[in-house]
Design a protein around this ligand. Structure first.
Ligand code: PGA
Length: 256
């Protein structure tokens, strides 16, 4: 299985800045066979970047899309419209869940729409700080995994990526708010256990699980060596070219 390094640019960079960043990134990194580098820019830049991107070196992801293919859904972009333009789409990011009110039902439809349109969904799951404090982590992860994947058959699950992103560890500057390798290992084990309720054991082992939450060049190595972790979903650090390329280097070293 490849190691995935996914940069989620969120609501940052204009279209022009996105293009300049991509240009510099492509110049800086060679083609790493075992490391799948993915960037998720603003939706506005997807079309132009899809023409600019060197797909041998990296892939493009959307940050979100709507589950209907077309119709009266003002302001939305569909997976059908993104088909052929992007290889991946982040689905159910905690910012979508908690700022924009997306629930498991909606996320389930988005995962299904992504798969139907040949786009790999990166399904994000993770508990809040208070859910962890109340001992609800396992239940929350279970509900989010089962909810998100309810429409994905055994045949299609190999086209899905899961990202474990504990919300309390996202965009954190405090060391106490960083997820420890043990906490991540436990959550990833739990995710695979829940997946095994839905799919064949052998299939489950092949589903990539990424970790996200304040990943930077200094902690990337430790996170990438957590048993069961197959890559990283990176927000803040992916906006700084030198940090993002350092993380890609770390991934390459860990794979070597
Ligand atoms: P962060 O964001 O790396 O800035 O914590 C991760 C994410 O939200 O995907």
């Amino acid at each position: 299985m490849k190691t995935y390094i996914v940069g989620n640019w969120k609501l940052n960079f204009t279209v022009g800045e996105s293009s300049i960043y991509l240009h510099k990134l492509q110049k800086k990194i060679p083609n790493y066979r075992d490391v799948e580098v993915v960037v998720a820019p603003t939706a506005l830049a997807l079309q132009s970047l899809s023409l600019q991107i060197d797909r041998h070196k990296m892939k493009l992801s959307a940050q979100n899309a709507f589950y209907r293919d077309f119709g009266a859904y003002t302001g939305e972009i569909s997976f059908a419209q993104l088909r052929g333009m992007v290889d991946y789409c982040i689905v159910g990011h905690s910012e979508r869940r908690y700022i924009f009110g997306e629930d498991d039902k909606m996320i389930q439809k988005k995962v299904e729409a992504a798969v139907r349109n040949k786009i790999t969904p990166i399904l994000c799951v993770g508990e809040t700080e208070s859910e962890r404090a109340f001992g609800e982590t396992a239940d929350v992860i279970r509900d989010q995994v089962l909810g998100g994947l309810a429409d994905v058959s055994e045949e299609d699950i190999d086209k899905v990526i899961i990202a474990y992103e504990p919300i309390w560890a996202i965009s954190s500057t405090k060391a106490s708010k960083l997820a420890s390798p043990d906490e991540i290992a436990e959550a990833v084990k739990l995710i695979r256990k829940v997946l095994a309720e839905l799919y064949d054991k052998e299939t489950v082992e092949k589903i990539p699980i990424l970790f996200g939450g304040s990943v930077n060049p200094s902690n990337a190595g430790a996170y990438l060596t957590v048993p069961g972790v197959n890559g990283l979903l990176i927000g803040g650090s992916s906006l700084i070219l030198s940090e993002f390329t350092d993380i890609i280097e770390v991934a390459k070293r860990v794979r070597a």
